[in-house]
Design a protein around this ligand. Structure first.
Ligand SMILES: CCCCCCCC(=O)SCCNC(=O)CCNC(=O)[C@H](O)C(C)(C)COP(=O)(O)OP(=O)(O)OC[C@H]1O[C@@H](n2cnc3c(N)ncnc32)[C@H](O)[C@@H]1OP(=O)(O)O
Length: 237
C-alpha cells in the first residue's frame, strides 16, 4: 500500500515538475503505474461536501502552487491489485495475510462516504520539506460528544507525516508516533496539519507536526514521529 502511495506521490511530483497536465488529470501517476488497475478519481479536488472555508483554503494553496514552490498532492482510493498484494511479501509477512480479505482492502481514510469521514488535501513544499494538510473531518469521526475522536486525529497526523516521509524516503512505515493532545477539536471543523521533515539518519526519517485552527490562533495538537525506510532484504522474525 505504501509503495503504491509513494509511487503516486513521487510520480505526481516528478510529473508536475516536468510541466505535466493540471491536477484533475491522473497523467503522471497513471504513466508510472500503467500496468496496474487504478481508480482515476483524485479525492483531493473540491467536492460538494467541502465547506466554503475548505474550498477557500484549497484555492489559496493552489495559488501558491502557481510559482512551483508548492505542489498539490493527489490522493486516490486504494484498489487492490496484484502488485498491492505483493506488499506483504516486501516485508516478508505474506503468510500472515488473509488473501481473500486483502482483495477487499481499502485505504482507511477513504473508506467513508463523502463528507462523513476524512476530507483532506495536502500540499508539499520541496525546498522546506513541509507538507500542509487541510483537513475537514466529518460527523462520523466523533469521540467525546461534539469533538473529534483522538484516533481520528492520530490517523490524519499519521497520514500527513507519513506522506512527508514517503516523498523523502520512499517505502517507509511508522515506527513511532508521539502525540500531545492540547485542546479538543470541535467536530466538523477544518484544521491545518503542518508537518516538517526534521532530519534523516540512515533509514530513519524524523517528522514533526502541529494541528492548528485555520486562523492559527488555536494550537490543538503537536506530534513527533519516526518513520523507518523498509529494508527489503531483511526478514522479520
Ligand atoms: C498515504 C498514506 C500514508 C499513511 C502513513 C501511515 C503509515 C502507517 O500507518 S504504517 C502502519 C504502522 N506501522 C507499522 O505497522 C510498523 C511496524 N513496525 C515494523 O514493521 C518495524 O518495526 C519497522 C519496519 C518500523 C522497523 O523495522 P526494521 O526495518 O527491522 O528496523 P530496525 O533495524 O529494527 O531499526 C532501524 C532503526 O530504527 C530504530 N527504530 C525502529 N523502531 C523504533 C522505534 N519504535 N522507536 C525508536 N527507534 C526505532 C532502530 O533503533 C534502528 O536505529 P539505528 O539504525 O540507529 O540502530
Amino acid at each position: 500500500m505504501l509503495g503504491r502511495c509513494a509511487a503516486r506521490a513521487l510520480g505526481a511530483l516528478r510529473g508536475l515538475r516536468e510541466g505535466a497536465p493540471p491536477a484533475r488529470s491522473p497523467g503522471p501517476s497513471r504513466r508510472l503505474l500503467s500496468s496496474e488497475k487504478v481508480s482515476d478519481e483524485n479525492h483531493s479536488l473540491p467536492k460538494p461536501c467541502w465547506s466554503k472555508d475548505m474550498r477557500l483554503l484549497f484555492d489559496q494553496f493552489m495559488k501558491k502552487c502557481e510559482d512551483g514552490s508548492w505542489i498539490h498532492l493527489p490522493s486516490y482510493e486504494y484498489i487492490a491489485t496484484q502488485r498491492s498484494q505483493d506488499f506483504p511479501t516486501f516485508i516478508h509477512a505474506s503468510e500472515l495475510i488473509n488473501k481473500e480479505k486483502l482483495s477487499q482492502g481499502r485505504l482507511f481514510t477513504k473508506s467513508f462516504e463523502d463528507g462523513l469521514g476524512f476530507e483532506y488535501v495536502m500540499f508539499y513544499n520541496d525546498a522546506e520539506k513541509r507538507i500542509v494538510c487541510v483537513f475537514q473531518g466529518g460527523p462520523h469521526l466523533q469521540g467525546m460528544p461534539g469533538f473529534f475522536h483522538g484516533g481520528a486525529i492520530a490517523t490524519m497526523i499519521d497520514a500527513t507525516v507519513g506522506m512527508n516521509a514517503i516523498v523523502s524516503g520512499g517505502i517507509v512505515m511508522t515506527a513511532n508516533l508521539n502525540i500531545d493532545f492540547k485542546r479538543p477539536i470541535p467536530l466538523c471543523s477544518i484544521v491545518l496539519i503542518n508537518s516538517q521533515l526534521d532530519k534523516i539518519e540512515g533509514r530513519k526519517l524524523f517528522v514533526s507536526c502541529n494541528v492548528q485552527s485555520v486562523d492559527k490562533k488555536i494550537l490543538y495538537t503537536e506530534a513527533t514521529s519516526l518513520f523507518v525506510k523498509l529494508d527489503l532484504e531483511k526478514k522479520f522474525d
